[in-house]
Design a protein around this ligand. Sequence first.
Ligand SMILES: [Zn+2]
Length: 407
Amino acid sequence: MRIDAARLAQSIEELGRIGATPRGGLTRLALTDDDRRGRDLMVRWMREAGLRVTIDQMGNIFGERAGTERVPPVMMGSHIDSVPTGGKYDGQLGVLCALETVRALNDHSVRTRHPVTVAIFTNEEGARFQPAMLASGVMAGKIALEDAYNARDKDGLRLVDELERIGYLGAEPCVPRPFRAYLELHIEQGPVLEEAGLQVGVVDGIVAIAWSRLTIRGVQDHAGPTPMRIRHDALVAAAEVVGGVRAIARELGGDLVTTVGNLTVQPNIPNAIPGTVTLSIDMRDPRTETLDAARARLDALVRAACEREGVRGELDHYWRVPYTPFAPDVVAAVERAAVASGARHRHILSGAGHDAQYMAAIGPAGMIFVPSRGGRSHCEEEFTAMDDIAHGATTLFLAAVDLAERV
Ligand SMILES: [Zn+2]
């Protein structure tokens, strides 16, 4: 039993045309007109495949293929929203491989004990409405529906109004629903599989993530008359922190990655000594204990840098998710399916957050990775070879049949 790779390639092509950019990428932000067109196409395809489609209060779309018994479904899914000038693979590949799994089940007239459901989650990217993974977060009970509804884009438009405008404000309650397993196929977004010449990653879990915000207050003054010896320059201290954050990863080693991605300088003009600087620190590691060690080093680094420059630093560790392990029986099913599909594969961790992270909080979840060329994603150059996609899709299909119990 195999999936139909040509049909899958055709669907990737067709859905990828909605919001396509001139350089082969995709701009399809959540709840825009293009998102609506993408959703409409998916719903049509889901109905054509015989699925019973329902929409919940967050605009999440579910398409169910009945099982022989009324037991919780095996759910497969991802998202179809993209970042601005993103790629055609992030998110939509997982949704289309899930749909292809259903089509292949139909081709082979496979009956399963558990229902099989295709799920499309709203606003995964967090590009238009923050935070990311908003709708799976509501479903998992981690984000209040009210807060999600009141999220606003940069033009002040509310999420709930945009949901209604595009016709995807559904009636089904967005609450934890039981499932036998949740499976998400996704591009790796890193270089590991490609560098090893592999086609499929059996994902064991999602790394722990810690976000901190640092505000440094120095003394704003004139860049000319103020002698160097009496300066308290917030940006000089910040620069030391930026270099030091990189050094934390180098010193602790292993898989730890650390990033300062956002920096604001006030007043940010050529002829004033910067008075206030804020910066973000993102640290990730498979082991929560390593993140604790990294945080202690960050505290010491900020103290030392601020002391040297005679400025005040306020460090706020405001967001943290522990390591999310996937369910051993689901990971094992993915492993068996990867072997059966003939894919060259290995076990791997996800360095990025996914809807599967929230789903893992309410039921047994697992993921399948396929390679990203050059490790690149969230850009128009994002690419995965069709042969790798076919192996990943076959792995998803076989894992779904396994978990849903063929009868
Ligand atoms: Zn994604």
